[in-house]
Design a protein around this ligand. Structure first.
Ligand SMILES: C[S@@+](CC[C@H](N)C(=O)[O-])C[C@H]1O[C@@H](n2cnc3c(N)ncnc32)[C@H](O)[C@@H]1O
Length: 228
């Protein structure tokens, strides 16, 4: 069955990252839609800022973004020289299409876009090429998905023990925690303070999206691995 036709409003927003004489402007298409993956979330600007500050380490790195939506962090990583694969739920074809539009608008026609649903061991997940960095911006937004996300991350880290999961999340409820799940899946996390990468601001990358939201960043890796 085809997708229902709906009138949607949207446009293209610019995000400008700058440091001294270096600058990068990305164009991201956004569609006002009830689906979460059709526009940029505050966490994405913060994760993209982290990548921008660490851009010199990105060339040649194999990067997979999960729950990418319109993929601001993944697109930035690709523009900085990483070999990026973008993914979002295989059940959301419109979102995957918008993700491809982000790549095309930023002259990245060869970035692969895959359907990868958290917690599902699919042929796409099984046949993924090796990765060094997994990105996830605002994927911890519904506690019912937390274990599925960490199952997928654990699967990827087991196959790539040196890899790390770089993730930003928005604090929406003081009750939500992934600590017990990290322990269950033998994963460890390191909290990265926003001020350490100049992201402790209400405005970032010419955007007011971070605003006063409480956003945190962490790096998750196998508890037994040193990660690099
Ligand atoms: C809050 S949005 C964040 C989007 C984007 N990462 C950002 O920060 O702008 C959550 C994203 O997770 C995706 N998602 C939701 N459930 C998913 C699932 N079960 N498997 C994979 N992706 C999923 C959504 O399509 C959406 O793109």
């Amino acid at each position: 069955m085809g997708e229902p036709r709906r009138r949607r409003r949207g446009g293209v927003r610019r995000y400008r990252f700058a440091e001294g004489p270096a600058a990068l402007t990305l164009r991201i298409p956004e569609v006002l839609d009830s689906q979460y993956g059709m526009y940029v979330w505050p966490c994405a600007v913060v994760l993209a800022q982290y990548l921008w500050v660490h851009r010199r380490s990105l060339p040649g790195k194999r990067v997979l973004e999960v729950g990418a939506g319109v993929s601001l962090p993944g697109v930035l990583a690709a523009k900085c020289g990483a070999e990026v694969t973008l993914s979002d739920s295989e059940e959301l074809p419109q979102c995957l299409r918008n993700c491809r539009r982000s790549c095309l608008l930023n002259r990245l026609p060869h970035v692969p876009v895959l359907g990868l649903t958290w917690g599902r061991v699919s042929p796409e997940l099984l046949s993924l090429a090796p990765v060094d960095i997994i990105l996830g911006s605002d994927v911890f937004f519904d506690p019912k998905d937390f274990e599925d996300i960490l199952t997928t991350i654990y699967f990827l880290l087991e196959k790539n023990p040196h890899a790390q999961f770089w993730t930003t999340y928005q604090v929406r409820s003081a009750d939500w925690s992934i600590e017990a799940l990290l322990c269950k899946w033998k994963l460890k996390n390191i909290h990265v303070p926003l001020h350490s990468f100049s992201a402790d601001k209400e405005h970032l990358a010419s955007s007011s999206l971070p605003g006063r939201h409480t956003i945190e960043m962490m790096i998750i890796s196998l508890a037994q691995s040193d990660g690099t």
